[in-house]
Design a protein around this ligand. Structure first.
Ligand code: BGC
Length: 910
């Protein structure tokens, strides 16, 4: 190893100020927000800080190295309060000398309306009873309404805010200009417990004289069709809108709120639905007057400010091709599968209908096909429901008319534009990528272009499924499936700041939890009263899905070091574990009971009953039969998650200082582990159960990743896994749950080369097959696109993409040390393979950016790293003992010899 020389840039000011993980804290409703900043780049550690706020709060110099989640402690905050805060720090430089930083740039915090009494506005809605043609009120086909009012101002106000929300989706316009750039507001939450209010600064939109305010209101998540089953009216049957415009001049506030004087009219939106699409007739702009608004019963108790960043159009894509196919339709190819809609400027002749059919794949004629996206109709077995995703527009002929269906969202790469005689040009249509605006934290690139492409398509799949909540897929379901986020969150958290995003979602998961502790499969959902009585209620409470309530907060804690997220979710986790423990202790699988009437002692820890999705979608697996799942014995999977979640609970309890619980969960976890071993580790050292699929790759992976088998048994299980992979022709055999762990457990258990062989495999099933077949997002099924080009199931599920964390943590070699949170202690251990000659990765952790790059020149490895302040890195080079370094940039060289692998946990560090 060459002598490392720390090389530090000069001290400047702290940066990346955050309030409750948010970079925009406008309209928040947290009265003691926690503040975070990043130490100045040049420093080694912080010795003190000073926070200064424009409302007079001044901490003075506080001797502390804290720079994350420091609670605001200034004057008590009330509704509408606004202040700016900034921070300066004292830090040790590399010579151990304390230096004072400059002040940071300020961050503004503005509170929204905190109390129901702050609202003088009333909820308003259209009088749908008065609509004669009930046909029009069919779910999926309901119209958008315009709600409007006018008011006169003597002068433009000094300050103007609007607080707005809806039961449905709303867009707001003042004097014809759209308010703000957020999309799909008020966003998706479990509305019975939380409804987000957006706050907007609208001073620039107002003028002296007459002003108009107009909202467009559509069904959205509130009562539109939604999810696999296309249920409608999930939260209620009446849409409603609420807005309060507050104007301040010379210290006096006037309020204009929604009330019964607002007028309602039909809008240009003939129908809008998140699944079905949006139909707009511009000839109806300023449409039929429907009288004044009605005042629906709706309270103010659930109103809340944002916990997550807002949803916006984050990117616009120009078509890579526009082709007219035989039927005359014009097929627009964006070159990328996205979530959102198109903006269309060429609308054809006034009165003509132009229809847009959105999809991810093309049929044999080159037109968009949606057949693979049609869900089974559980209410009518054997039938399929429609795929939706169809918009249409009728032009009025007004100059500059543009169609942008912002009251729906689609998952698509292609759009079949139908009914347009004129040839579309690429400037006529643009793809709008709609996503929660997440800050990028991580990157990866290497010398292998196909792996780089794999990394890109995984990122796209994630981003396409990061609209308001983590979803399974942006087209067929748009649903916040717990299992999907559970297994992908470690990968996502490396690449993006998903702390606020996950925290908002977890709030819904908690609200949707049943009183017996079951975690609903999908959140947001209408809550226990509805999900428990649903005809498909039995599918809730699955291992690997419900465990999200434990595993997601834990991963966010590891990424951020914010233990608050653990505390917030502790009770819900504990109740979930209560349900699992109870299920294991009280119930025996009927076949087990028939075979051995008297249970053995360890069986109280076996979770072998209840509905489980199991590993889910392994290659060549049978078509899922949900009713058969209900009675299947999935003890080998469920008990593994029981072990993993209880082990993580022990760690969480320790972080929270709950010693008794930490001990109890550690003991429980060991008992469950022991039960798993007794049942599923056979005397010949092989993993399996009584079913044909028990000895699967996935079960071997879990045996190793969740430490279900004793140390002495690991080599044999690793060998079994390797053999199963070889027996499959060196192919992956895992589905959803075990895929993130597959390559890591191979690497950690002496089979690094096999891990690389699997990664580089490009015959079916494999990751690179997706790349080779032109995937732009990750497929749900391993055989998403067949050899004939035919699509199967969704082409945009991120789960299998979790493999890329192997590239970050093993190939490039940047991972967090066991026991560290917030990237305080990291391990840098490059593990080259597969002929890769160079890689670089970075992760912007809470202390600053960590960069790792290596290249191989013949037999020599050169490694360059940047270690941020407050961080120690253990550098592990081939064949050498680990060495610890502190903040700075370093260059190391080493001959490539045998790597001395140390087994680390395979998820993030635990
Ligand atoms: C979803 C998944 C989900 C699963 C449950 C599917 O329909 O798309 O991603 O986790 O059901 O197994």
């Amino acid at each position: 190893m060459s002598q490392p020389t720390p090389n530090l840039p000069t001290l400047s000011q702290p940066g990346r100020l955050r309030t409750e993980h948010l970079s925009e804290a406008f309209g928040i409703t947290i009265v003691r927000p926690r503040l975070s900043w990043e130490p100045p780049r040049a420093t080694v550690s912080q010795t003190a800080y000073q926070l200064l706020a424009s409302n007079g709060w001044d901490t003075g110099r506080v001797a502390s190295n804290a720079h994350r989640s420091v609670p605001y402690d200034g004057p008590e905050l009330g509704s509408r309060d606004r202040f700016e805060w900034k921070v300066r720090t004292w830090n040790l430089d590399p010579d151990g000398v304390e230096q004072q930083s400059d002040w940071s740039a300020p961050m503004a915090i503005e509170l929204g309306l905190l109390h129901p009494e702050d609202w003088s506005a009333q909820w308003i809605g259209p009088d749908e009873q008065g609509i004669k043609d009930q046909q029009i009120l069919r779910p999926g086909e309901r119209p958008g309404y315009a709600l409007h009012a006018g008011f006169t101002l003597e002068a433009a106000p000094d300050r103007a805010r609007v607080y707005a929300t809806a039961r449905g989706i709303y867009e707001l316009f003042i004097n014809g200009q759209r308010v703000g750039d957020q999309q799909l507001t008020p966003g998706s939450t479990s509305y019975h417990s939380a409804l987000q209010v957006q706050a907007y600064d609208v001073a620039a939109l107002l003028r002296p004289g007459i002003n108009t305010v107009r909202a467009i209101l559509t069904d959205g998540w509130y009562r539109g069709t939604f999810g696999y089953t296309r249920d409608a009216d999930m939260y209620g049957t009446q849409t409603a809108f609420l807005a309060q415009l507050e104007l301040e001049s010379n210290g006096l506030r006037t309020t204009i709120g929604t009330d019964a004087s607002w007028l309602v009219s039909a809008s240009e939106i003939i129908s809008a639905d998140l699944m079905e699409g949006q139909h707009t007739d511009f000839r109806r702009l300023g449409g039929r007057n429907m009288g004044t608004a009605v005042l629906p019963e709706a309270g103010f108790d659930t109103l809340t400010g944002p916990l997550a960043p807002p949803t916006r159009i984050v990117e616009e894509l120009t078509p890579v091709a526009i082709t007219r196919v035989a039927k005359g339709n014009q097929v627009v190819d964006l070159g990328q599968n996205i979530n959102g809609w198109v903006r269309l400027k060429r609308l054809g002749k006034p009165g003509d209908t132009v229809t847009l059919v959105y999809g991810e794949a093309l049929d044999a004629d080159g037109d968009v096909t949606q057949d693979h996206l049609r869900p089974l109709d559980f209410r009518n077995p054997g039938e399929f429901l429609g795929a939706g995703q169809v918009d249409s527009v009728i032009a009025s002929g007004a100059p500059g008319e543009t169609f942008e269906p912002r009251h729906t969202a689609h998952g698509f790469q292609y759009v079949s534009v139908q009914g347009l005689a004129e040839d579309l040009q690429s400037e006529d249509i643009v793809g709008c990528m709609v996503q929660t605006e997440l800050e990028r934290l991580g990157s990866f690139a290497c010398s292998d272009e196909r792996l780089n492409r794999l990394h890109e398509i995984v990122e796209w799949s994630f981003r396409d499924n990061a609209c308001e909540v983590p979803t399974d897929c942006p087209q067929r379901e748009k649903a916040g499936w717990t299992g999907d986020w559970q297994l992908f969150v470690p990968t996502a958290a490396y690449l993006y700041d998903v702390a606020g995003f996950s925290r908002k979602w977890l709030k819904d998961v908690r609200a949707d939890q049943w009183d017996n502790g079951v975690i609903a499969n999908i959140s947001p959902s209408p809550g226990p009263a509805v999900t428990r009585s649903d005809f498909m209620a039995f599918v809730n409470g699955s291992a690997g899905w419900g465990d999200a309530i434990v595993l997601v907060p834990w991963e966010i804690y590891l990424a951020t070091g914010d233990a608050g997220i653990l505390a917030e979710n502790w009770e819900a986790m504990d109740r979930w574990l209560g349900f699992v423990r109870e299920s294991a202790a009280q119930n025996r699988h009927p076949e087990r009971a028939a075979a051995t009437p008297i249970p053995e002692a360890h069986e109280q820890y076996l979770w072998d009953t209840g509905f489980h999705w199991g590993e889910w979608l392994e290659p060549d697996g049978p078509e899922p039969d949900l009713h058969a799942f209900r009675t299947a014995d999935r003890g080998i999977v469920a008990t593994a998650y029981f072990r993993q979640s209880s082990a993580i609970m022990a760690k969480i309890a320790a972080v929270l200082g709950m010693e008794r619980e930490a001990r109890e969960f550690a003991e429980l976890s060991e008992n469950v582990r022991n039960a798993w071993e007794q049942e599923y580790l056979h005397t010949d050292g092989q993993v399996g159960d009584s079913t044909a699929n028990g000895a699967s790759q996935a079960n071997c992976v879990r045996a190793l990743a969740f430490e279900l088998v004793p140390e002495s048994a690991r080599p044999a299980v690793a060998k079994q896994l390797a053999r199963l992979i070889r027996d499959a022709g060196t192919h992956v055999g895992t589905g959803f749950l075990a895929t993130p762990y597959l390559l890591p457990v191979l690497a950690d258990n002496g089979h690094l080369e096999l891990a690389y062989e699997l990664l580089m495999q490009d015959s079916a099933p494999s990751w690179l097959l997706m790349v080779d077949r032109g995937a732009t997002t990750v497929w749900e099924d391993w055989n998403g696109i067949g050899p004939d080009g035919a699509p199967k199931a969704s082409l945009n599920h991120y789960s299998k993409g979790a493999v890329v964390s192997f590239l970050h943590r093993y190939t490039a070699g940047l991972r967090q040390a066991a026991g560290s949170a917030g990237y305080e202690r990291i391990i840098i251990e490059p593990r080259p393979g597969a002929g890769i000659t160079s890689t670089n990765t970075s992760h912007h952790g809470p202390h600053g950016p960590i960069d790792v790059a290596w290249d191989l020149d013949g037999e020599q490895l050169t490694l360059r790293v940047n270690v941020p302040p407050e961080t120690t890195a253990q550098i592990r080079l081939p064949g050498q003992p680990g060495s610890d370094v502190g903040p700075g940039t370093y260059r190391f060289t080493a001959p490539v010899g045998g790597f001395d692998h140390q087994r680390e946990l395979t998820r993030s560090a635990t």
